[in-house]
Ligand binder design. Structure first.
Ligand code: NI
Length: 179
């Protein structure tokens, strides 16, 4: 397995709309290896999510996982999920602001996201995935799907006053409580 180089904000690849994956392509050795490397890159960067454009691949694939992540210690854990051609279906207009970071941006900021979403797509075997996500997991899915449309979390912020470097976030803003 190998670790990809992560594209940083300013790289045009992060602003392009990614292309849907052809279902026949999913089972190829090459694509399966790409998925393994994508997950490995997310874990190496201590991310809770990653999207293909962040590793310079313009395809609609995201991976999410929160396994005692030290960058988000107060957040609920969720297992690894690879979602190919993910779609979000709005089922509730209630939203909340919370802190987000990104492997492509060394900043944190408060971002409004829907608290509850329905999502669907395909897993790495080409099987249909459908689920309801709440809270932090819903937030991570919305953040990663935005990447597939060239949207970064800073574009979603309502007020830039909360924009903070990662170091200043740790020092002044990190919360300890579980929620
Ligand atoms: Ni991101």
């Amino acid at each position: 397995m190998s670790i990809f180089k992560i594209a940083k904000i300013g790289n045009p690849v992060l602003r392009k709309k990614a292309k849907r994956v052809n279902s026949e392509h999913v089972k190829s050795k090459e694509f399966q290896r790409f998925l393994d490397d994508l997950v490995e890159t997310m874990r190496d960067g201590i991310g809770v999510g990653i999207s293909a454009p962040q590793v310079h691949a313009g395809v609609r694939v995201i991976a999410i996982e929160n396994k005692k992540n030290k960058r988000y210690p107060e957040k609920k854990n969720f297992p690894l999920e690879i979602i190919i051609n993910p779609e979000i279906i709005l089922i509730d207009k209630v939203f909340e602001e919370d802190w987000e970071g990104c492997l492509s941006i060394d900043l944190r900021g408060l971002v409004p996201r829907y608290c509850k979403i329905k999502y669907k797509g395909f897993d790495r075997k080409g099987k249909l995935i459908e689920g309801i996500a709440l809270g932090f997991k819903a937030r991570v899915i919305q953040h990663e799907v935005d990447h597939l449309d060239g949207i970064l979390f800073v574009d979603r912020m309502m007020n830039f006053a909360s924009l903070t470097t990662s170091a200043e976030y740790e020092k002044y803003w990190k919360k300890k409580e579980e929620h």
